[in-house]
Design a protein around this ligand. Structure first.
Ligand code: 1HE
Length: 267
């Protein structure tokens, strides 16, 4: 089998299923009987999946089986941990979700039903979020006597601000799919059942970009956004020069100038 059609995603736990469609990999949370609650095996499986993506995969879509994207942390495992183990557990989630945000390829999350607690943390690590109209977002940690541990304190304020996150955690305020679009939790809202097709369509578009551009958007842009402006402008100039100097950029620019390139379309 040629490397570009490699479908070996390694050993995944039964709570995860993966398939390949050309240059797109689809990862499905597959524990609907527990509302895709994220136990240790699942989180480690997510880390393994994103660390070992087969050759030729250019974008990933993550979605959930059943009525909900994810009910978050598997609460049945929580009672077993002491404080030191709790720190390690949170760090394990950080490692896994780091492989999404700063992994090899852009990730599109398709959301529906409950996107709560650790489920929202997982979604926040993706680069693009598509919400079906049934999606709702909440951080029930406050009511469970715990605190977010999967990176939400870092990622969510960038999307919705510290103040809205405080409200979600202190009062249990949940947001609907439409509200989530308005405040920046998602980029697209689609009808119930239309999320996966939309997610795949977007992933296929992403996969057509030059790999170096996708690398810059994933790894360079967020670092520049957090740096001081002078360093940011410098890093941007360097990245722009590296990208435009590549053979791929030259070929794409030539295509456009010789009327073979795509035009920018409205909408
Ligand atoms: C679970 C979990 C879970 C469901 N851990 N087992 N997350 C939460 O606080 C959300 C808790 N879950 C819920 O509020 C509801 O389950 C849902 C609104 C998501 C879905 O309701 P529903 O009526 O469709 O399902 P259900 O009847 O509540 O649950 C079905 C089964 O899934 C049931 O088990 P069963 O053996 O009795 O059938 C539930 O116990 C089980 N289940 N959610 C374990 N979360 C890194 S730190 C992150 C911190 C957090 O994520 S805190 C937020 C935790």
């Amino acid at each position: 089998m040629p490397a570009s059609s490699d479908t070996n995603f390694g050993d995944l736990p039964p709570s995860l299923a993966a398939e390949r469609r050309g240059a797109i990999a689809i990862l499905r949370l597959s524990r609907p009987e527990k509302r895709n609650a994220l136990d240790d095996g699942t989180v480690l499986g997510i880390e393994s999946f994103f660390t070992r993506l087969p050759e030729g995969i250019k974008a990933v879509v993550v979605h959930g089986q059943g009525e909900h994207f994810s009910a978050g942390l598997d609460l049945s495992e929580l009672t077993e941990r002491d404080t030191a183990q709790g720190v390690e557990h949170s760090r394990m989630w950080h490692r896994a979700f780091q492989q999404i945000e700063f992994g090899k390829v852009p990730v599109v999350a398709v959301l529906h039903g409950a996107v709560v607690g650790g489920g929202l943390e997982l979604a926040a690590a993706a680069h693009i979020r598509v919400a079906e109209k049934s999606a709702y977002y909440a951080l029930p940690e406050g009511s469970r006597g715990i605190y977010v541990g999967g990176g939400a304190s870092v990622r969510l304020p960038k999307l919705i601000g510290v103040s809205r996150m405080q409200d979600m955690m202190l009062t249990g305020h949940s947001y609907s799919a439409d509200e989530g679009l308005a405040i920046g939790l998602s980029h697209y809202v689609v009808d119930v059942g239309a999320g996966l097709a939309k997610g795949i369509e977007l992933a296929e578009r992403i996969a057509q970009n030059a790999p170096l551009t996708n690398f810059a958007v994933m790894h360079v842009l967020p670092r520049i956004a957090e740096s001081d402006p002078a360093s940011g402008y410098l890093a941007e100039s360097l990245m722009a020069a590296i990208a435009q100097g590549s053979d791929e950029a030259k070929a794409r620019l030539k295509d456009f100038l010789e009327k073979r390139g795509t035009k920018v379309l409205r909408g």
